[in-house]
Design a protein around this ligand. Structure first.
Ligand SMILES: [Zn+2]
Length: 132
């Protein structure tokens, strides 16, 4: 997405990232699409990171940790913390899965991402499936 340029949303390939020490590498099988994403796509909101022209959509990402600083994560080695994301992850892990699934009103494959960005009146949560 080139910010401020309506209709510039596109699917693009990026080089495999190489996380530095302390950075987390995450596989992203899906992401939620919300009103903020729609505002960004319409050119009404958002800014690219410093030094970048494009903004990658996906602030509601579902992630599967793959490694930290180039080292794979060991099974059972899930990190715990007392930060807000850790508390949110813990609460979601305890939540009623069927109820959570009922909030997803549409699942859209990546090749049809423009459909996910179009708001439907009965949308609660739209999920864009990335297939990784
Ligand atoms: Zn959002």
């Amino acid at each position: 997405m080139i910010l401020g340029r309506r209709g510039s949303a596109a699917v693009a390939d990026f080089a495999e990232p190489h996380p530095a020490e302390g950075e987390l590498l995450v596989d992203g099988p899906a992401l939620g699409v919300c009103g903020t994403d729609r505002e960004i796509v319409e050119g009404e909101y958002g800014r690219a990171p410093p030094g970048e022209e494009r903004l990658v959509l996906g602030h509601e990402s579902l992630g599967r940790p793959r490694g930290v600083g180039g080292n794979p994560i060991r099974a059972g080695g899930r990190g715990r913390g007392d930060c807000p994301p850790a508390r949110a992850a813990e609460a979601l892990a305890k939540a009623d899965r069927a109820w959570l699934e009922s909030l997803i009103t549409r699942r859209v494959p990546l090749e049809r991402f423009e459909e996910a960005l179009a708001k439907h009146d009965d949308d609660v949560k739209v999920v864009l499936e990335l297939g990784s």
